[in-house]
Design a protein around this ligand. Structure first.
Ligand code: TYM
Length: 335
């Protein structure tokens, strides 16, 4: 397919309130691609229902997610911002790609294993085939690059396998996508247990900094963050808590580990945690202000969704038409 620019695609689920992990691992990096690439940023509401959702809440969070994309610096005139279920080609391609994905491959996905443990009463088929829908999201747009946190790496690898398999069976159809995983911030850890990923669905509120947490709450959560024995601000094996805070501080200030160690030489964990809280709250303040302004304007958000769905739909249908032809489906002549 002719492309005047390379393509970036990423998606975020409209579930829970987004965390600092989502921000540093993904959202914060999205706007950097807008100049050089054609960027598609999707709110993946179809992925969200693999876990039971309250319908009213899901709708509200979907609006909020579009507002948050814009608040994070994504101009809807320069990026295609859209909702997955507004483009039916995602679900349609997903069915076809299900038939090119092996049961064994899906069984090996660590996120499936984790989520089935967490939702033992609802291990549905959608949860199992979740990575195929994700591959469809990506492959529909002939995506070159997918910016994600490191927890999505395995899903990305499977998307590549599916694309290569289909290309091998039917000749070149899909661009084989590359992950873009940031050097710092690709896996932000829980503040209560720094050996665990910071997760939206954590039941312990102190473990998670939310993008929309008020300033005093952010600062309080960092003050309470679990650190290790000792008092030195230094990255070292077994000092996961301090290491995690150093990562957060480094992303927001641009400072290296060496510079951070120097800055806090002779100071204790208390001073360091306070400083991390301050830089984080400062960085999130403009995002929060912009979100507050935008989230009230439902009409505007619907206009953005509509424009995004038209742009995405047009390009998605082109890939889907090609796939339908290759697998042997009949396209009826138009009158
Ligand atoms: P989701 O909604 O769980 O997370 C959105 C993005 O945030 C990243 N992330 C993190 N990064 C660093 N530290 C953390 N603690 C952390 N937690 C989450 C995730 O890696 C992700 O980039 N399956 C995807 C959504 C999706 C998608 C796609 C992504 C659907 N289709 C196509 C890319 C391309 C997901 O559940 O993300």
């Amino acid at each position: 397919m002719f492309k005047d620019k390379k393509i970036v695609f990423s998606g975020v689920q409209p579930t829970g309130v987004l965390t600092l992990g989502n921000y540093l691992g993904a959202l914060r990096n999205f706007s950097a691609f807008s100049d050089e690439y054609h960027c598609y940023y999707c709110v993946v509401d179809e992925h969200a229902i693999t876990v039971r959702q309250d319908p009213g809440e899901l709708r509200r969070r979907t609006y909020d997610m579009i507002a948050l994309y814009i608040a994070c610096g994504l101009d809807p005139e320069r990026n295609t911002l859209f909702v997955q279920s507004h483009v039916p080609a995602h679900a349609e391609l997903s069915w076809i790609l299900n038939c090119f994905t092996m049961f064994g491959e899906l069984s090996r996905m660590t996120q499936f294993k984790d989520k089935s443990k967490k939702n033992a009463d609802n291990v549905n088929a959608g949860l199992f085939t979740y990575p195929v829908l994700m591959a469809s999201d990506i492959l529909l747009y002939q995506t070159d690059l997918v910016p994600v946190g490191s927890d999505q790496k395995q899903h990305l690898e499977l998307s590549r396998v599916i694309a290569e398999r289909f290309n091998h069976v039917f000749s070149d159809t899909f661009t084989v996508p590359e992950p873009y995983i940031p050097k710092t911030g690709a896996k932000i850890m829980s503040l209560a247990d720094p050996t665990k990923k910071m997760s939206k669905s954590d039941e312990n509120e102190n473990a998670v900094v939310r993008i929309l947490d008020p300033r005093d709450v952010i600062i309080k959560k960092f003050k309470r963050a679990v650190t290790d024995s000792g008092s030195e601000i230094k990255r070292a094996p077994g000092k996961d808590g301090v290491g995690n805070l150093m990562t957060v501080y480094s992303v927001f200030t641009g400072k290296s580990d060496r510079e951070i160690e120097k800055e806090f030489e002779g100071k204790g964990y208390g001073d360091f945690k306070a400083a991390v809280g301050e830089v984080c709250a400062d960085a999130l303040a403009p995002v929060q202000a912009e979100f507050a302004r935008l989230s009230a304007d439902k009409k505007y958000l619907e206009e953005v969704m509509k424009k995004g769905a038209e742009e995405a739909g047009y390009n998605a249908r082109r890939t889907l038409a090609k796939v339908r032809r290759k697998v042997g489906f009949i396209d009826l002549p138009r009158d």
